[in-house]
Design a protein around this ligand. Structure first.
Ligand code: SAH
Length: 223
């Protein structure tokens, strides 16, 4: 058996023991080749339960966190989801198997180009991408049934809450970089919002604007 297949089975068992019990979420993870979303040098570690570097000083999230987000999004095939922070594209790929369409925004163009190539290679055609500032959301395609932010914001952006359907919710890591953050579930109600804290976490920061500086390796140049 391929060592990666063995590692994948081990990871799925580990996720189960960590409380990821939703069968559809686990199946979506099983069917998404994480090794295709990391650099060739990292393939052997693709099913370790840890984040890995993807360039531009960013990381592909730890499988447990992806699984946690996926399970708590409670998706169905009719739902439209907005993701902020495409990164490697892995979380978007997992979600695309469980909903109607994923809109995903990334502020680093080189990361987005790679993610788009992976979506094509995996035959995922219900993911729409944009290089842009996630703080602005995607007003033309709102409202969204779900919004998932995969970078930590000091507080939940009002612009994004306004793009939620009534009854829909957003999962977002909230808090300062140094003190650590918590994933919050913010539900849009008829009259306002309801906030619940779900899990203490550590994410890379959600930064404003599109990155126009260095290339993928941070080695200057760029436009
Ligand atoms: N979901 C990703 C995790 C990527 S890490 C995956 O599965 O691999 C978080 C990503 O959020 C980084 O790529 C970072 O560049 C991006 N990001 C941070 N602030 C952003 C913003 N304002 N708009 C869009 N993307 C942002």
């Amino acid at each position: 058996m391929d060592p990666l297949d063995t590692a994948k089975i081990k990871l799925i068992m580990e996720l189960r023991s960590q409380g990821i019990t939703d069968a559809a979420a686990l199946k979506a993870i099983e069917n998404t080749p994480r090794e295709e979303f990391v650099a060739p040098a990292q393939r052997v570690q693709a099913y370790d339960n840890q984040p890995l570097p993807i360039g531009c000083e960013q990381t592909i999230s730890q499988p447990y966190i992806v699984a946690f987000m996926t399970q708590h999004l409670q998706l169905n095939k009719s739902m439209v989801v907005l993701e902020i922070g495409t990164g490697s594209g892995y979380q978007a790929a997992v979600l695309s198997r469980l909903c109607r369409r994923v809109y995903t925004i990334e502020r680093h163009r080189p990361l987005m180009r790679e993610a788009e190539a992976r979506f094509r290679a995996c035959g995922l055609h219900n993911i729409t991408t944009r290089v842009g500032d996630g703080y602005k959301g995607w007003p033309e395609s709102a409202p969204f049934d779900r919004i998932v932010v995969t970078a930590a914001a000091p507080e939940p952006p009002e612009t994004l809450i306004a793009q939620l359907a009534v009854g829909g919710f957003m999962l977002i890591p909230v808090g300062a970089q140094r003190e650590g953050q918590q994933i919050q579930r913010i539900t849009r109600t008829e009259t306002g919002t309801e906030t619940e804290a779900l899990l203490p976490v550590r994410f890379v920061p959600m930064l404003p604007g599109v990155e126009r500086g260095a290339g993928k390796n941070g080695a200057g140049g760029g436009r």
